[in-house]
Design a protein around this ligand. Structure first.
Ligand code: MG
Length: 160
């Protein structure tokens, strides 16, 4: 019988004027982007953590420490690719990934398809195995008004 593992990931980044708005592996047309040591792609960070979590492998901060100069302005797609290699080498494959992006910054809906395509490439699965949806925050809390982005991701792995 095939073994399965599920993992969740969560990430929050401030949206800062003048930073490229890289989310889900693509650049969105928006005047503010996620702050961070890497490119700040909170979507890929949450997905990476879901992947590592499912495989029982610590988290993205352990694999790629934020105080390590190697990861300054790193492409989060490359970090996800490296995490995927580690997970695959441990005998797992990605069944599917589902993501919620909560923000009042960039609109997510017009870019869902491009995000799914890009993340599916990075995860080496078909786009039907990657889902993304946007949520607003109803004007509540510290992330209201486009101040930040919060991302929740879930990933299912199966034995290869
Ligand atoms: Mg992050």
């Amino acid at each position: 019988m095939t073994g399965f593992r599920v993992g969740t990931g969560f990430d929050v980044h401030r949206l800062v004027p003048g930073r490229p708005c890289v989310l889900g592996g693509i650049e969105l047309p928006h005047p503010a982007g996620p702050d961070g040591h890497s490119d700040g792609d909170a979507v890929l960070h949450a997905v990476t953590d879901a992947l590592l979590g499912a495989a029982g492998m610590d988290d993205i901060g352990t694999l790629f420490p934020p105080d390590d100069e190697r990861w300054r302005d790193a492409d989060s797609g490359e970090l996800l690719g490296m995490a995927l290699e580690v997970v695959r080498n441990a005998g797992w494959r990605v069944v599917n990934v589902d993501v919620v992006v909560a923000t009042e910054g960039p609109r997510i809906a017009p870019h869902r398809s491009a995000m799914r395509t890009r993340m599916a490439q990075l995860l080496r699965v078909g786009p039907e195995r990657v889902n993304v949806k946007g949520k607003t925050l109803e004007g509540m809390g510290a992330l209201a008004g486009g101040a930040g982005v919060a991302v929740q991701a879930v990933c299912l792995l199966a034995e290869r």
